[in-house]
Design a protein around this ligand. Structure first.
Ligand code: 3HC
Length: 686
């Protein structure tokens, strides 16, 4: 874990704790001993602290749930900073969180090109708790420090040099160790960041909070970060550190940080498939085929193009193909106009795209993704054609958001090569990828796409086959109840507001209007079976027709619609629904607790591997507030008994089809958290 080398007076401490060099208790102990030895050794004139492959990703997050064992990171930083010999941090890879704070405790910093330096604690609902909020503003000034600490975003080595966060850049990774030692030889004594002072106009902090008001609304950590940086400008280092510790400990124990840490771990756990063989060789994916050049097809293609993977995109008509390629070009140009991509990157990506009308052009693709109209007959036809043109070993994927992958796979002679890849719209932006595992999907096909998903920057979650998979299946009871509540007396604004206050990116009706009220509509104005049919018959298809559950102006601003009130009123009379007062509590039960109930059913049926996978789906695919940890995590925090009680109270209003999940009921009765382990423990009971 720790290696030390003496290079003619320069003492090099190399620490390595794979995979990310987290500063675990064992590593901290080793570091404290090595640094103390070096400081006491008269033969040593300077010290270099270097991480193995990467400097450090910071504190070991897994230790946060237990009492922290000494030496604390703050103690080591104190030893480093007060040391009488010059100490150099030699930084490569990542210097994040406590890792960067360790480097700030050193007197000088040298970084390899490509290094990322940042304080991402805020993303875990905490603040830098080992001096970061006190030393960073002293070193680089209040404004730059606020940007880094409150956004949590890392800076590059070049930027770090420009803002004074590092003193030198090494020529390359390989020469970092030698460059750091050579640098250390030139130093005559310590230079302590903690000795610097920093002042700022107090108005800066209020302005910063106001400028970022939307981003940090509902979140406690960014506000505490601002408060702690402000302390650096008015308190001594010692007092400022005490303030920082107080805020850190309060946040660490708070529900938001617990939820955010849950999601951090859940995202990584979701990538693990419990029943795959330990060693699976991956199929190479060098070229991708896209069937369908519509909005989804184009968006999906962009993921691969941006990752440098060539894509052949197919449509049946030239004009549809041209339109699809045009939309891809327009999206890339928009990114370039915003400065997110250079012209060269755009041209490189577009250069990898080959449009075609000919199925045989897909013959050498390693993965072919279908994104055509959501109809089983059409999908079967496409897959049977793909079966005849695709090379042996090619992976065939459907982007269906609800249809049976098993039925689609049966249209081919190679069901083991078939699976679902459910991208979310806009597919080039949304991080979630539901990977739908058919009954016959081969282990290496699954392992290959999980790996590929990370290559294109997606967060993959595995779902078994059921109608709507994990996400849309849970959406169903929410939307059904939201519509029923309108007939019973609620308004779209009332329901959406409950969801907005909860922290959802969009309420149920804002979401339908954006997605299109007409999705799944039978297009027969004489058949009005529900509210959505009635709206569609009036041409209220959502934002695209500037009218849906709300009216929209040219800037897509929504206002309540008197016409929708009339439509609801008519349907209420037609269906004989009694009008009554709808409480916020009822909205919460029928549109949020019902999702938890459906999630529990998904778990008990083995559709999701674990409860935390469901949380990842909702946070990354449906705008569930990250700081609430996802629906299953939230349910445990609310209390399952309360959820079951609420659902039982309103069961009669939710129609004959409503049933409580036996797993949910049992967990509530036995005071257990909802999870797969519970199912295993209770197997006999089921
Ligand atoms: N502590 C413990 N484990 C960590 C960790 C950390 N700080 N950072 C990552 N890991 C684990 C992951 O959980 C994962 O475990 P697994 O293999 O069992 O799934 C493994 O290391 C590899 O991580 P990734 O899959 O995320 O690897 P990547 O290469 O994609 O990303 C990374 C590397 C950019 C370092 C990313 O892991 C990351 O962002 N880590 C978190 C960094 C962070 O938030 N640091 C602040 C910690 S809090 C702190 O320092 C408090 C201090 O102020 C007192």
């Amino acid at each position: 874990m720790i290696e030390t080398h003496l290079h003619e007076g320069v003492f090099e401490v190399v620490f390595d704790n794979p995979p990310v060099n987290a500063l675990s208790a064992k590593l901290r102990t080793g570091l404290a001993v090595a640094v103390a030895d070096a400081l006491a050794d008269e033969a040593v004139t300077a010290i270099v602290l270097r991480g193995g492959k990467s400097f450090s990703a910071g504190a070991d997050i897994t230790e946060f749930d237990k009492p922290l064992s000494p030496p604390l990171l703050q103690d080591i930083i104190e030893i480093l900073e007060s040391g009488q010999k010059p100490i150099v941090a030699a930084i490569a890879g990542n210097a994040l969180g406590g890792g960067l704070e360790l480097a700030l405790g050193c007197h000088y910093r040298i970084a390899a090109p490509g290094t990322r330096l940042g304080l991402p604690e805020v993303l875990l609902g905490i603040l830098p708790g080992a001096g970061g909020t006190q030393r960073l503003p002293r070193l680089i000034g209040v404004e730059a420090a606020l940007d880094m600490i409150v956004s949590g975003a890392p800076v590059s080595a070049d930027k770090a040099l420009a803002i004074g966060l590092v003193d030198q850049l090494a020529s390359d990774n390989a020469s970092l160790a030698a460059d750091a030692i050579a640098y250390a030889r030139t130093l005559t004594g310590p230079r302590r960041t903690g000795d610097l002072t920093v002042s700022a106009d107090p108005a800066i902090f209020d302005k910063f909070a106001a400028d970022n008001a939307r981003k940090i609304a509902n979140l406690r950590a960014p506000k505490a970060c601002i408060e702690s940086v402000r302390a650096a400008t008015v308190l001594t280092l010692k007092e400022g550190l005490a303030k920082e510790t107080e805020l850190f400990l309060r946040l660490l124990k708070g529900d938001q940080s617990i939820a955010l840490r849950h999601i951090f771990a859940a995202e990584r756990t979701a990538a693990k498939i419990y029943d795959l063989p330990k060693v699976v060789s991956l199929r190479p994916i060098a070229k991708v085929g896209m069937v369908g050049a519509g909005t989804m097809g184009g968006g999906i293609a962009m993921n691969f193009l941006s990752a440098g993977v060539p894509v052949v995109i197919l449509d049946l008509q030239q004009d549809a193909l041209d339109r699809g390629v045009g939309v891809v070009r327009k999206n890339y140009d928009a990114s370039s106009a915003k400065g997110r991509l250079t012209n060269e990157q755009v041209e490189n990506a577009m250069g990898l795209l080959t449009p075609t009308l000919d199925f045989t052009a897909l013959a050498d693709c390693d993965l072919i993704i279908e994104a055509v109209y959501e109809s089983m007959d059409i999908k079967k036809e496409v897959f049977s054609r793909l079966d005849s043109v695709a090379k042996p070993g090619a992976i065939l994927a459907s982007n269906t958001s609800l249809l049976s992958i098993d039925e689609i796979a049966a249209a081919t002679g190679r069901p083991g090569d078939v699976l679902g890849l459910h991208f979310f719209s806009p597919a080039n932006v949304m991080k979630l990828l539901e990977v739908v595992r058919g009954a016959e999907t081969a282990a290496d096909v699954l392992a290959t796409v999980m790996n590929l998903a990370r290559r294109i920057g997606k967060v993959p979650v595995v779902s078994r086959v059921c109608y709507g998979f994990i996400g849309n299946r849970m959406l169903d009871p929410r939307q059904t109840n939201a519509e029923a509540l309108l007939l019973e007396g609620a308004t779209p604004t009332q329901i959406d507001r409950v969801h907005n206050h909860f922290g959802m990116a969009m309420g149920p009706f804002e979401m339908i209007d954006l997605a299109g009220v007409d999705i799944g509509w039978h297009r027969d104005p004489s058949r009005i079976e529900g509210l959505k049919d009635a709206l569609c018959a009036e041409g209220r298809w959502g934002q695209k027709t500037k009218a849906g559950f709300y009216d929209y102006d040219d800037r897509r601003k929504a206002t309540p619609s008197p016409l929708v009130c009339d439509i609801v009123e008519n349907l209420r009379k037609k269906t004989g629904t009694a009008l009554r007062e709808i409480s916020e509590e009822e909205i919460v039960v029928r549109t949020l607790y019902t999702m938890v109930n459906e999630g529990a059913k998904i778990l008990e049926e083995g559709i999701a591997q674990r409860a935390s996978d469901i949380d990842v789906v909702w946070v990354y695919g449906y705008g569930w507030p990250r700081y609430r940890g996802g629906p299953m995590f939230w349910a445990n925090q609310v209390g399952l008994k309360k959820i079951v009680d609420g659902l039982t109270r309103y069961a009669a209003r939710m129609g004959r089809n409503f049933t409580l999940s036996p797993l949910l009921v049992r967990c509530a009765q036995h005071d257990l958290a909802l999870d797969r382990s519970v199912i295993q423990e209770m197997q006999d009971a089921f």
